[in-house]
Design a protein around this ligand. Sequence first.
Ligand SMILES: Nc1ncnc2c1ncn2[C@@H]1O[C@H](COP(=O)(O)OP(=O)(O)OP(=O)(O)O)[C@@H](O)[C@H]1O
Length: 552
Amino acid sequence: MSQDAGQGRYAGRALAGGRYQLRDLLGEGGMASVHLAYDSVLDRQVAIKTLHTELGREQAFRERFRREAQAVAKLTHTNIVSVFDTGEDDLGGMTTPYIVMEYVEGRPLGSVLDEDVRQQGAMPADKALKITADVLAALEISHEMGLVHRDIKPGNVMMTKRGVVKVMDFGIARAMQSGVTSMTQTGMVVGTPQYLSPEQALGRGVDARSDLYSVGIMLFQLVTGRLPFDADSPLAIAYAHVQEEPVAPSSVNRSLPPAVDALVARALKKNPNERFPSAVAMRDECLRVAASCQAAPPSIVPGAQTSSGAGVGSAVFPPVDQSAPAPTGPVQTPYQPTQTPNPYGTPTPAPSPAYGYPQQGGYPTPAASPYAPQHPQPQGAQTPPPYNLTPSAPAPGSGGGRKGNRMVIIGSIVVAVLVVGGLIGALAMDDGGEDAKGGDTTASGSPSPSKAEGYRGPDTTKTIEKDECTEPEESYNDPDQIKVPDFTFKYIGSVKECFQAAGWSMEVVEVDENTYGEGSVRDQFPTPGTDVDPEKMPTIQLKVSTGNPPSS
Ligand SMILES: Nc1ncnc2c1ncn2[C@@H]1O[C@H](COP(=O)(O)OP(=O)(O)OP(=O)(O)O)[C@@H](O)[C@H]1O
């Protein structure tokens, strides 16, 4: 609670022409305050969240915020904090967006957990699983409506006095993200570092499965009293989400059955394709495991380690003012994936090779799927510092644990990796099966292979129409975005015409293969169907066949 001792600097003020009278301060987050308020029209208590961020100055952001609130107002479910109204008003000389919601008499899940940790070291597994199942019930509803929460964490889950779980802040992170993205050239990520999914940390698009990852982090925290990934800086935490394997919860809390380990492990898969496919599926599993759980009290192993994010060092993320120049020439990542020992003593698998995270040697991009990441990896990474915190946000993670798990804006890990290592996209495109040659060429460069034995000539009949670039499909999720067309198997000549007509730029990587023939696009990044902002169209990387057989 602030120095205003429960009053808040806006207590006593009114919003919406006097309709809402702000009373006690209920709490303050990184970018917002929540007040108990009185709705004089409907004669009831409500909670009002006022957003104190520079974003509030942006008309476009306020518009987005309003639209998100409208979408959230349509969500009605016992486990979701209802949104009643939204607007903006002048507070302290600044246009401040606010949101009026159901007042929940209770306390945040973080505080319930704190109490359990004090008394028993962690939350009893059956209780944690039931709470998690209720959070998933809320997500089931929002995901059905196409709304990804993006900031699931104990601070956004309230428990009423009667033990009813209520998830709040749907839509806020998304509005913040789009506001931040429109104000920055490169991948800034909004979220709470400790709960970010790897795809969020990389500044990629997210879908429902990103929320399931965050729920997995939260469940780990409930049953062990610790976070699986924590470190001294948001970026080091982001790195751990992308590169480090979590320990099994039972290595921290010995009373946990293997079924809880398996559940958490699946939720925390780096590759979204390997997580639970939906909130419903994960919820069913939580309830199944809860039903089979013996009511054993937590048994915490003293000093048990989770992850420290130590794999990220100054070599990977240099201090802000010492960003290393992106190397030219052949691609080498500056680090190896960290192999964290796991409690079973079995080899820890590297992150799934199906998701294209930055790894030595590179992993393939996924096949186009309906869940494919929706946003491009940001390009042009020369400019940004490795990370950036909003001035209004308290420094997160400084002491680890729940102390610093505030929502912040950070430069995505992909930006930092690009600054140091460059060419993450080329790595992501390297499927290991084909021999990517000679790094990248520019849009004007075309493959001009010397013909080896077994060379196959071009098939110029496989073309793409120009209007696929000039009039691309609109994103399903966001009318301001477009879907990246599918260039695979098309002849590069027609693809170039398509790009030129739309004014887009490409980067060509030659690959040896002689099944489809010279000039055939074999792979692309961002993948087909990825949502991108046409105003900030990324350079699209294309792997194009030389027509020559792969060298053995
Ligand atoms: N609808 C509500 N009813 C009752 N109390 C609420 C409500 N919404 C928020 N609160 C209280 O206000 C506190 C602050 O909420 P807020 O969402 O701003 O912060 P946070 O989630 O902890 O921080 P951040 O999202 O910035 O990391 C909550 O922890 C909770 O105690």
